[in-house]
Design a binder for this molecule. Structure first.
Ligand code: TXA
Ligand code: MG
Length: 316
């Protein structure tokens, strides 16, 4: 399959993307967080193509992208708290898991009776969803396990030849995937995956609980969000996190292993996924990065890097 790349500005981008989606095929689309791999969320055959193209485990459900809260209400049974959170943070990097209204099993929900929904803050994507009239199921547009793509080049690195169309809208603004939460009838907000909408911001709307798996390696008990149990965001290079003085640790490491190609990230930032991919392209063997903190956007960086490093942290 030849993958066509169209700039967001090109005259036929919207038209062609809609046509491909109506045909039950996949389009890689820009969002403000990372690029997504989109299909009609209600078309199980189309959604199956997403799981194929990504090599994604079938029990890991996808996020439904909608144009507004009214469209979400067509299939998601939102709590009053969920509606308040959408009003405050959407369009934007917040995904809310609600009960599904219908009992029909959807492949995009991995047969669960819940559904994850977000309203992305990207003009092209919002117009595309409005034109299609159906929600778009879209996970990050990477091969499962690799860092999420934040530009068209990184999408093509994984998806060239696997999908018919990618829409290029430059660099993703946020660089890290959306915050995923549940917003219970009891007023509790549980963070399943941290992102640019921070725990501190959410705390103004209810009691915030951060699922322990966000920062800890647990493999027992019930997993509330299937995505938590898979190895994630990992480049080919090994990743080691330093809790303390990263530069000193890296200097010691470099003199002990002079033949290992080392890449040091002293201050991880929102371009972290692009950096991990660059390191791989440059043949880096070992990445040493500072362990980010537990507040604000740092919590999202900490969560992604802990998984990329398979929880290898040294104190220094
Ligand atoms: O920013 C984003 O959220 C990006 C862009 C493309 O919108 N999408 C994204 O999708 O990161 P994905 O598939 O890579 O991650 C979806 C996460 C997974 O951790 C998944 O387990 C969780 O959301 N999720 C989806 N549906 C769920 C559900 N019904 N219950 C609990 N967790 C769910
Ligand atoms: Mg992903």
């Amino acid at each position: 399959m030849i993958t066509k790349r169209l700039r967001r500005q090109s005259l036929d981008a919207l038209f062609l993307a809609e046509k491909v989606l109506r045909d039950g095929q996949l389009v890689a689309v820009p969002t403000e967080t990372v690029y997504g791999l989109a299909a009609n969320a209600f078309n199980n055959q189309a959604v199956a193509r997403i799981f194929d193209a990504k090599n994604r485990p079938a029990d890991n459900p996808l996020i439904f992208h909608v144009k507004d809260v009214a469209q979400a209400a067509e299939f998601a049974d939102m709590t009053p708290l969920a509606e308040r959170l959408f009003e405050r943070f959407s369009p934007g990097p917040l995904t809310i898991v609600s009960d599904l209204k219908s009992r029909d099993k959807l492949l995009a929900c991995a047969d669960l009776d819940t559904v994850a929904v977000r309203i992305p803050n990207n003009k092209f994507l919002l117009e595309l969803i409005a034109n299609c009239g159906f929600p778009l199921a879209a996970p990050s547009a990477n091969i499962s396990g690799k860092p999420s793509p934040t530009n068209c080049h990184d999408v093509l690195e994984d998806m060239d030849g696997r999908i018919p169309l990618v829409i290029d809208d430059g660099e993703s603004k946020t660089g890290v995937e959306s915050t995923v939460v549940t917003a219970g009838w009891n007023g509790e907000i549980v963070i399943l995956r941290p992102g640019a909408v921070t725990p501190e911001q959410l705390a103004e709307y209810g009691r915030v609980i951060i699922d322990p798996r966000v920062t800890e390696e647990l493999d027992d008990g019930e997993v509330r969000s299937p995505g938590m149990k898979y190895r994630h965001y990992a480049p080919k290079a090994k990743v080691l996190l330093v809790d303390g003085d990263t530069e000193a640790y890296a200097a010691t490491f470099a003199s002990a292993f002079p033949n290992v190609k080392l890449y040091v990230i002293t201050k991880p930032e929102k371009n972290i996924f692009a950096e991990l991919r660059d390191a791989d392209r440059n043949g880096v063997d070992q990445i040493i990065a500072t362990l980010p903190g537990v507040t604000g956007f740092d919590l999202a960086l900490r969560n992604r890097l802990l998984r990329a490093a398979e929880f290898n942290v040294v104190k220094n």
